[in-house]
Design a protein around this ligand. Structure first.
Ligand code: ZN
Length: 506
């Protein structure tokens, strides 16, 4: 083993240990902890976060990383070690450029801004959050100025933070293509006015029965309960300590059958990714998903490409009807498939259907671009949001709560994050298409034979964790870069068929 890397190892181990402890505390706050715990436990989390941060950002580690980055030393490292060194160097270079005092002030602002946002959302008053938002944006601008490359715009710098190599030049093309297909497709669907009866979904569904069925579904899609647990929280999420302890949450709504079903399939997709990461990188800084966009591609692959596919439900539909005999008595499989894919312009991103979802992302992308180029002022933001909804979805949010205040992201200082969701959808379509070329995926789904699918995902993507970037993974598996055409073809074909849109042509 390389001697210098050996000296770095205890720092890495300690950082992983802190992160695991923090993950558990955060998990606990969201699931089991009593409500009164939050303020005190948040202080503990704050302290541990600082410890965790300084474990890797300190002069000793900096010195080791500098020496390990020299070409001569690089030759003596394994490939995984090289990636780890590069990752820590990138983080510490960034932190070096931001004055410590400013970063501390910023962290304190972020810690308090989510609750300011939550209150503003509750009372439908954007003006109560606007000042905080403006401060957050100013910090982002300032930090980007310190860190960005000379010719890079501020927003490009922010985008690259979440998806390496991503920028507005690429995303403009990406979203233009999506827009040019989805907007006319949506228009046709709205004009078609096809009657889709979704009334079964809002009947009453016993919560305990829902829990049992969702546990069955999680296991069915490949969530390994020997390596993971499932709990309840207000908003479903996935987290992990390492590849042998992956946790998902779900929420159950009495008058909404689909909500818990599709949440558990979605989070299950995230979880299976983390569970299939190779043992030898699991307890390292690269032992996790490679990017937010790629992570989201795995959850959407399960939720949309599998979970909203008729083939997936063929072996499951009887069990679903058996579980909810009374409520689903009249429902046929075809009507169910139509209903779970129903397209309807709506205000809330997280509840949007698969076709209108990218429009919600495009709106946020365009607004963020204008915020960071200086075109849009804070006091113009809420109305600009509503105008975009009118333009893209033909609906105007009646309140700020259903408009600009709906997402938590900005209050956490996450700017440039939203495009990851759309990238995830596009990546999942590209991967599904690759699977179709390589094996009879629909037959596998129909026969409940998911093992070959898991193996394919593990061998091509999951096992590598963050040792490879999204594009490296895609090129190695599918022979090409991220290509939005797969996504466009998929959406066009799917909705043309579901809504019989080419009927007139026949
Ligand atoms: Zn997700």
């Amino acid at each position: 083993m390389n001697q210098l890397f050996e000296q770095l190892q205890p720092y890495l181990d300690k950082s992983i240990a802190y992160d695991a402890a923090l993950t558990l505390l955060n998990w606990d706050i969201e699931t089991l902890a009593p409500k009164t715990a939050i303020s005190n436990t948040s202080k503990i989390i704050g302290l541990l976060s600082m410890e965790s941060y300084h474990t890797l950002v300190n002069p000793e580690v900096k010195d080791l990383i500098t020496r390990l980055s020299v070409e001569q030393e690089q030759k003596n490292l394994t490939e995984i070690q090289r990636v780890i060194v590069r990752k820590i160097k990138k983080d510490s270079d960034t932190m070096d450029k931001i004055p410590a005092k400013e970063y501390q002030d910023y962290s304190e602002l972020v810690a308090s801004s989510s609750s300011i946002w939550a209150k503003a959302k509750e009372s439908n008053r954007f003006e109560d959050f606007a000042k905080t938002l403006e401060k957050l944006i100013n910090y982002e601008k300032k930090f980007a100025q310190y860190c960005k490359k000379e010719n890079e715009t501020i927003y490009d710098y922010l985008l690259d933070k979440y998806e390496e190599g991503m920028n507005t030049a690429k995303l403009d093309i990406f979203f233009d293509k999506i827009r040019s297909v989805i907007v006319p497709l949506l228009k046709k669907i709205v004009e078609k006015n096809k009657v889709i009866d979704k009334s079964y979904n809002s009947k009453s569904y016993d919560i305990e029965t829902q829990k049992k069925f969702c546990r069955f579904l999680a296991e069915y899609i490949g969530f390994d309960f020997n390596r993971g647990v499932m709990a309840e929280s207000a908003h479903p999420f996935t987290t992990h300590l390492h590849n042998k302890d992956v946790r998902i949450t779900n929420h159950y709504i009495e008058n909404n059958l689909e909500s818990a079903i599709f949440s558990v399939i979605h989070e299950g997709g995230h979880a299976i990714y983390e569970m299939q990461i190779a043992d030898d990188i699991s307890l390292t800084p690269v032992g996790t998903g490679t990017s937010m966009g790629f992570h989201e591609s795995q959850s959407r692959l399960f939720e949309n490409h599998f979970g909203r596919n008729k083939m997936f439900w063929i072996p499951l539909f009887d069990k679903l009807k058996e579980t909810y005999k009374e409520q689903l008595n009249e429902l046929s499989l075809d009507d169910f498939i139509l209903a779970i894919n129903k397209v309807e312009p709506s205000f809330i991103r997280t509840e949007a259907d698969e076709l209108t979802y990218p429009l919600h992302i495009m709106i946020r992308y365009e607004l963020e671009k204008q915020i960071f180029s200086g075109e849009l002022k804070i006091d113009e933001l809420a109305d600009a949001w509503d105008k975009k909804y009118e333009e893209y979805l033909g609906i105007t949010p009646p309140t700020r709560t259903l408009g600009i205040l709906q997402d938590v992201h900005w209050s956490c200082g996450m700017f440039g994050y939203f495009p990851s969701y759309a990238l995830g959808s596009a990546i999942s379509a590209q991967i599904y298409s690759d699977m179709e070329k390589k094996f009879p995926i629909e037959t596998y789904l129909k026969e409940s034979n998911l093992a070959p699918i898991h193996d394919y995902l593990k061998e091509n993507f999951h096992k590598y964790g963050a040792t490879k970037t999204t594009n490296e993974l895609l090129i190695a598996a599918t022979n090409e870069d991220l290509n939005v055409d797969y996504y466009i073809t998929y959406l066009t074909k799917k909705y043309t068929e579901l809504y019989n849109l080419d009927e007139n042509l026949k």
